[in-house]
Design a protein. Structure first.
Length: 253
């Protein structure tokens, strides 16, 4: 009850903000894009990690106003960066299953794009295997509508949950994000095989493959050898405050 009213209070009082973690193209060393991640400065006192309230927000339905805030703010910020000449290909936003299941989700996203002036091809929505909707056809039609409007879809945390190749087979996905759990254990033979195989499947399907949670040079070299182009992780950068993005964006390593 306390958490619920605190989240509502936070939304009304600008306690939520976004940080942006760069995704870098390994072969050009240029920024590919940014993943928007929510942060909550609760009562102005301390930053609460999303894992401490996103599941609760999903259960209580508060994820709907929270998600709308995230989507609007990420699109607004991305449009502002583009206008200032800060180059990137995509800004990605995490979408919870409950958000996708809203009847007017697609129209809400379109409205936000029109309102903020962000061209649809710059927006990528990250969904997880948890969107295993009871109705795969409904999910398919929502994602197809988004895709037809020019929005990209990423399968997030791939390999961590109930990884389902049926999703890769049937859903209109642009991007496959390999879960970070494998990255710091990549030199165990099994993980090496798993990661290189996921990369190969993704690339063969024509998907953009993103390695998440990359922290070391060794992993970078491994990914290069296996032609995984896009990397996200502490090796390049932790999630950044919006004001620090323009400087990072100039980085050429
Ligand atoms: O940024 P951090 O590592 O603390 O994120 C922890 C988890 O919270 C990740 O699984 C991430 O996908 C999720 N998360 C972060 N920001 C958002 C958001 O804006 N919406 C949703 N639905 N999940 C988010
Ligand atoms: O589930 P999702 O992929 O959306 O979560 C992204 C989260 O992963 C962010 O909260 C971010 O803080 C965290 N993260 C990003 N890069 C790294 C990394 O290199 N190592 C670890 N351990 N966590 C990371
Ligand atoms: Mn994500
Ligand atoms: Na992930």
């Amino acid at each position: 009850v306390r958490l619920e009213s605190d989240i509502r209070f936070g939304l009304e009082n600008d306690e939520f903000f976004l940080v942006y973690q760069p995704k870098v193209n390994l072969f050009t060393n240029k920024v590919h894009g940014y993943e928007a991640l929510i942060r909550w400065n609760r009562k102005g006192k301390n930053i609460i990690p999303p894992n401490d309230y996103i599941p609760f927000a999903e259960e209580t339905g508060l994820i709907i106003p929270l998600g709308r805030y995230v989507l609007h703010e990420a699109c607004r910020q991305a449009a502002e960066w583009l206008q200032k000449g800060i180059a990137f290909d995509t800004v990605s936003v995490n979408i919870s299953p409950a958000e996708l299941e809203q009847n007017d989700f697609v129209n809400n996203v379109k409205d936000i794009l029109l309102e903020t002036g962000l061209p649809p091809q710059y927006l990528e929505l990250e969904i997880t295997e948890n969107v295993l909707m009871k109705n795969l056809n409904k999910l398919l039609s929502i994602l197809t509508e988004l895709k037809n409007y020019g929005i990209r879809i990423a399968m997030d945390d791939f390999g961590a949950g109930f990884s389902n190749f049926r999703y890769l087979s049937e859903l209109p996905i642009h991007t496959l994000k390999i879960d970070s759990m494998f990255m710091n254990r990549i030199f165990e033979r099994r993980n090496e095989v798993i990661v290189s195989s996921i990369i190969r499947i993704g690339l063969s399907l024509g998907l953009e493959v993103v390695a998440e949670g990359v922290e070391t040079e060794e992993v970078i070299q491994f990914l290069k050898r296996h032609k995984c182009k896009i990397v996200q992780g502490f090796y390049y950068s932790k999630p950044l405050n919006a004001r620090d993005v323009p400087d990072f964006n100039l980085m050429v390593k």
